[in-house]
Design a protein around this ligand. Sequence first.
Ligand SMILES: [Zn+2]
Length: 75
Amino acid sequence: MSEESTPSGIPVERTCPICGAAFTCMNSPSCWCASRTLTDRLRRHLAEHYTGCLCPECLDRLIREEAKETQMKPG
Ligand SMILES: [Zn+2]
């Protein structure tokens, strides 16, 4: 699906599609984003709306909002 040919393990400069902030994707399991826990739902949402990563701030915000939403629903 992805057309990116960047070899893994090489940090990539990216721009956040939400806020436009520049951030670095480590492109590896040691990336900061690997320490974030994304629900399947949030993962799908990101894939549908954005290409690639978000900056740490936006990703954290979405994770918080997602957690809030999930908590509100009983069961
Ligand atoms: Zn952002």
